[in-house]
Design a protein. Structure first.
Length: 257
Protein backbone atom coordinates (compact mmCIF):
# COMPACT_ATOMS: atom_id res chain seq x y z
CA UNK A 1 0.00 0.00 0.00
CA UNK A 2 1.50 3.32 -1.05
CA UNK A 3 2.26 6.28 1.19
CA UNK A 4 1.72 9.76 -0.23
CA UNK A 5 1.47 13.38 0.80
CA UNK A 6 -0.62 16.25 -0.55
CA UNK A 7 0.19 19.84 0.42
CA UNK A 8 -2.87 21.96 1.16
CA UNK A 9 -0.83 25.00 2.18
CA UNK A 10 1.22 26.28 5.10
CA UNK A 11 1.38 23.60 7.81
CA UNK A 12 -1.56 21.70 6.35
CA UNK A 13 -0.83 18.49 4.47
CA UNK A 14 -2.65 15.19 4.00
CA UNK A 15 -0.61 12.06 4.58
CA UNK A 16 -2.04 8.81 3.25
CA UNK A 17 -0.55 5.87 5.13
CA UNK A 18 -1.83 2.38 5.86
CA UNK A 19 -5.14 3.13 4.17
CA UNK A 20 -5.98 6.13 6.38
CA UNK A 21 -5.80 9.82 5.55
CA UNK A 22 -4.19 12.04 8.17
CA UNK A 23 -4.16 15.83 8.06
CA UNK A 24 -1.60 18.00 9.83
CA UNK A 25 -2.44 21.34 11.47
CA UNK A 26 -5.67 22.18 9.57
CA UNK A 27 -5.80 25.75 8.23
CA UNK A 28 -8.53 26.67 5.73
CA UNK A 29 -9.12 30.40 6.24
CA UNK A 30 -9.01 32.87 3.35
CA UNK A 31 -6.10 35.36 3.25
CA UNK A 32 -6.40 37.94 6.03
CA UNK A 33 -4.59 39.60 8.91
CA UNK A 34 -4.91 38.34 12.48
CA UNK A 35 -3.59 39.80 15.71
CA UNK A 36 -1.37 37.75 18.01
CA UNK A 37 -0.85 39.05 21.58
CA UNK A 38 2.92 38.53 21.35
CA UNK A 39 3.75 38.67 17.63
CA UNK A 40 1.34 41.43 16.65
CA UNK A 41 -0.07 41.30 13.09
CA UNK A 42 0.03 37.83 11.54
CA UNK A 43 -0.66 37.89 7.80
CA UNK A 44 -2.02 34.99 5.76
CA UNK A 45 -1.31 35.87 2.12
CA UNK A 46 -2.60 32.87 0.16
CA UNK A 47 -5.69 30.70 0.20
CA UNK A 48 -5.47 26.92 0.76
CA UNK A 49 -5.25 24.77 -2.35
CA UNK A 50 -8.29 22.76 -1.24
CA UNK A 51 -11.40 23.27 0.84
CA UNK A 52 -12.28 20.57 3.37
CA UNK A 53 -15.02 19.41 1.02
CA UNK A 54 -12.57 19.03 -1.86
CA UNK A 55 -10.22 16.96 0.29
CA UNK A 56 -12.91 14.40 1.00
CA UNK A 57 -12.73 11.93 3.89
CA UNK A 58 -10.09 12.66 6.51
CA UNK A 59 -9.74 9.98 9.18
CA UNK A 60 -7.37 11.62 11.67
CA UNK A 61 -6.17 15.16 12.35
CA UNK A 62 -2.91 15.98 14.09
CA UNK A 63 -2.89 19.51 15.54
CA UNK A 64 0.49 20.43 16.98
CA UNK A 65 -0.80 23.56 18.78
CA UNK A 66 -3.33 26.36 18.48
CA UNK A 67 -1.46 29.37 17.06
CA UNK A 68 -3.52 30.98 14.33
CA UNK A 69 -1.10 29.90 11.56
CA UNK A 70 -1.37 26.27 12.66
CA UNK A 71 -5.01 26.04 13.72
CA UNK A 72 -7.02 28.90 12.26
CA UNK A 73 -10.71 29.69 12.64
CA UNK A 74 -11.79 27.27 9.90
CA UNK A 75 -9.33 24.70 11.19
CA UNK A 76 -10.94 24.79 14.61
CA UNK A 77 -14.30 24.17 12.99
CA UNK A 78 -12.74 21.30 11.04
CA UNK A 79 -11.60 19.65 14.28
CA UNK A 80 -15.19 19.50 15.48
CA UNK A 81 -16.13 17.41 12.42
CA UNK A 82 -13.16 15.07 11.88
CA UNK A 83 -13.72 11.57 13.33
CA UNK A 84 -10.59 11.69 15.48
CA UNK A 85 -7.97 14.31 16.30
CA UNK A 86 -4.87 14.31 18.47
CA UNK A 87 -3.40 17.50 19.91
CA UNK A 88 -2.05 19.01 23.11
CA UNK A 89 -4.00 18.57 26.30
CA UNK A 90 -4.53 22.35 26.39
CA UNK A 91 -6.12 22.47 22.92
CA UNK A 92 -8.22 19.34 23.49
CA UNK A 93 -9.83 20.89 26.58
CA UNK A 94 -11.64 23.31 24.23
CA UNK A 95 -13.23 20.58 22.10
CA UNK A 96 -15.46 17.53 22.31
CA UNK A 97 -14.54 13.87 22.84
CA UNK A 98 -13.33 13.34 19.25
CA UNK A 99 -10.35 15.63 20.01
CA UNK A 100 -7.91 13.79 22.27
CA UNK A 101 -5.17 15.54 24.22
CA UNK A 102 -1.82 13.81 24.52
CA UNK A 103 1.03 14.46 26.92
CA UNK A 104 4.59 14.20 25.61
CA UNK A 105 5.48 10.55 24.80
CA UNK A 106 1.88 9.43 25.34
CA UNK A 107 0.78 6.96 22.64
CA UNK A 108 -2.53 5.83 21.21
CA UNK A 109 -3.19 3.02 18.75
CA UNK A 110 -5.81 3.19 16.01
CA UNK A 111 -7.02 0.34 13.79
CA UNK A 112 -6.27 0.30 10.06
CA UNK A 113 -8.60 -0.92 7.28
CA UNK A 114 -6.44 -3.99 6.61
CA UNK A 115 -6.62 -5.11 10.23
CA UNK A 116 -3.29 -3.63 11.25
CA UNK A 117 -2.64 -0.88 13.74
CA UNK A 118 -1.05 2.56 13.66
CA UNK A 119 0.54 3.89 16.83
CA UNK A 120 0.54 7.68 17.21
CA UNK A 121 2.86 9.10 19.85
CA UNK A 122 3.08 12.73 20.97
CA UNK A 123 6.62 14.10 20.93
CA UNK A 124 8.26 17.16 22.51
CA UNK A 125 8.73 20.37 20.53
CA UNK A 126 10.26 23.76 21.35
CA UNK A 127 8.75 26.66 19.40
CA UNK A 128 11.75 29.00 19.40
CA UNK A 129 14.92 29.40 21.45
CA UNK A 130 15.14 29.24 25.25
CA UNK A 131 12.96 31.84 26.89
CA UNK A 132 10.73 32.07 23.83
CA UNK A 133 9.23 28.60 23.48
CA UNK A 134 8.03 28.73 27.07
CA UNK A 135 6.18 32.02 26.39
CA UNK A 136 4.69 30.80 23.11
CA UNK A 137 3.03 27.88 24.85
CA UNK A 138 2.93 24.10 24.47
CA UNK A 139 3.61 22.45 21.12
CA UNK A 140 3.91 18.78 20.26
CA UNK A 141 5.14 16.74 17.34
CA UNK A 142 4.08 13.22 16.44
CA UNK A 143 5.61 9.83 15.69
CA UNK A 144 3.63 7.38 13.55
CA UNK A 145 4.55 3.71 13.29
CA UNK A 146 3.03 0.29 12.76
CA UNK A 147 3.89 -3.19 11.47
CA UNK A 148 4.69 -3.03 7.77
CA UNK A 149 4.40 0.77 7.68
CA UNK A 150 7.07 3.44 7.24
CA UNK A 151 7.89 5.32 10.43
CA UNK A 152 6.98 9.00 10.27
CA UNK A 153 8.08 12.00 12.33
CA UNK A 154 5.88 15.11 12.18
CA UNK A 155 7.86 17.92 13.80
CA UNK A 156 5.23 20.54 14.56
CA UNK A 157 6.74 23.98 15.12
CA UNK A 158 9.93 22.65 16.71
CA UNK A 159 13.06 24.70 16.10
CA UNK A 160 15.62 23.05 18.36
CA UNK A 161 18.16 20.35 17.47
CA UNK A 162 18.36 19.00 21.02
CA UNK A 163 14.73 17.94 20.64
CA UNK A 164 15.52 16.13 17.39
CA UNK A 165 18.51 14.35 18.93
CA UNK A 166 16.44 13.20 21.91
CA UNK A 167 13.74 11.85 19.56
CA UNK A 168 16.31 9.85 17.59
CA UNK A 169 17.77 8.49 20.83
CA UNK A 170 14.36 7.32 22.04
CA UNK A 171 12.59 6.29 18.82
CA UNK A 172 15.42 5.66 16.37
CA UNK A 173 15.77 6.84 12.76
CA UNK A 174 12.63 7.46 10.72
CA UNK A 175 11.66 6.67 7.16
CA UNK A 176 9.76 9.92 6.56
CA UNK A 177 10.25 13.25 8.30
CA UNK A 178 7.52 15.85 7.83
CA UNK A 179 9.33 19.01 8.90
CA UNK A 180 7.70 22.36 9.63
CA UNK A 181 10.26 24.69 8.11
CA UNK A 182 10.07 28.13 6.47
CA UNK A 183 12.34 29.93 8.93
CA UNK A 184 9.39 31.57 10.67
CA UNK A 185 10.30 34.73 12.55
CA UNK A 186 8.86 37.97 13.91
CA UNK A 187 11.01 40.99 14.72
CA UNK A 188 9.31 41.36 18.11
CA UNK A 189 9.98 37.73 19.08
CA UNK A 190 13.49 36.51 19.96
CA UNK A 191 15.10 39.50 18.20
CA UNK A 192 14.06 38.05 14.86
CA UNK A 193 15.53 34.59 15.53
CA UNK A 194 13.86 31.63 13.87
CA UNK A 195 11.00 30.09 15.84
CA UNK A 196 10.65 27.11 13.49
CA UNK A 197 13.25 25.14 11.58
CA UNK A 198 15.20 27.09 9.01
CA UNK A 199 16.17 25.28 5.83
CA UNK A 200 19.68 24.81 7.19
CA UNK A 201 18.41 23.33 10.45
CA UNK A 202 16.01 21.12 8.49
CA UNK A 203 18.98 19.68 6.64
CA UNK A 204 20.71 18.98 9.95
CA UNK A 205 17.53 17.44 11.34
CA UNK A 206 17.18 15.22 8.28
CA UNK A 207 20.72 13.96 8.73
CA UNK A 208 20.25 13.27 12.45
CA UNK A 209 16.96 11.48 11.75
CA UNK A 210 18.56 9.50 8.89
CA UNK A 211 15.30 10.12 7.04
CA UNK A 212 14.80 8.46 3.67
CA UNK A 213 12.32 11.17 2.67
CA UNK A 214 11.91 14.68 4.07
CA UNK A 215 8.63 16.46 3.39
CA UNK A 216 9.06 20.21 3.86
CA UNK A 217 5.85 22.05 4.80
CA UNK A 218 4.98 25.27 6.69
CA UNK A 219 6.88 27.52 4.25
CA UNK A 220 4.16 29.14 2.14
CA UNK A 221 0.93 31.13 2.53
CA UNK A 222 2.06 33.22 5.53
CA UNK A 223 4.11 36.43 5.49
CA UNK A 224 6.33 35.47 8.45
CA UNK A 225 7.85 32.50 6.63
CA UNK A 226 11.23 33.73 5.39
CA UNK A 227 12.33 30.76 3.25
CA UNK A 228 10.74 28.86 0.38
CA UNK A 229 10.31 25.39 -1.10
CA UNK A 230 12.64 26.25 -3.98
CA UNK A 231 15.37 27.28 -1.52
CA UNK A 232 15.17 24.14 0.60
CA UNK A 233 15.15 21.98 -2.51
CA UNK A 234 18.32 23.69 -3.73
CA UNK A 235 19.99 23.33 -0.32
CA UNK A 236 19.31 19.57 -0.13
CA UNK A 237 20.44 19.05 -3.71
CA UNK A 238 23.71 20.87 -2.98
CA UNK A 239 24.21 18.54 0.03
CA UNK A 240 23.69 15.46 -2.17
CA UNK A 241 20.21 14.79 -0.78
CA UNK A 242 18.15 15.83 -3.75
CA UNK A 243 16.46 12.41 -3.81
CA UNK A 244 15.46 12.84 -0.15
CA UNK A 245 13.75 16.23 -0.16
CA UNK A 246 10.07 16.56 -1.09
CA UNK A 247 9.29 20.29 -1.32
CA UNK A 248 5.84 20.75 -2.83
CA UNK A 249 3.77 23.70 -3.94
CA UNK A 250 0.23 23.86 -2.52
CA UNK A 251 -2.01 21.49 -4.45
CA UNK A 252 0.81 19.06 -5.33
CA UNK A 253 0.92 15.38 -4.35
CA UNK A 254 4.00 13.15 -4.07
CA UNK A 255 4.37 9.42 -3.59
CA UNK A 256 6.72 8.70 -0.68
CA UNK A 257 6.85 4.90 -0.60
Amino acid sequence: MSTSVTLVGGPTAVLSIGGVRIITDPTFDAPQTYHHPIAGPVVKNAAPAFTPEELGQIDIALASHEHIDNLDVSGRGFLTMVPLAYTTEEVASNFGPNVVGLAEHEARTVPLPDGGELTITALPAKHGPEGVWEALGPVIGFHLAGPGLPSVYVSGDNSQMDVVSDIVDQYGPVDIAVLFVGGAKFDVIADGSYITLSNELALEAAQRLQAKKVVAIHEDSWAHFSQSAAEIRELFEHAGLGDVIVALNPGDTAELV
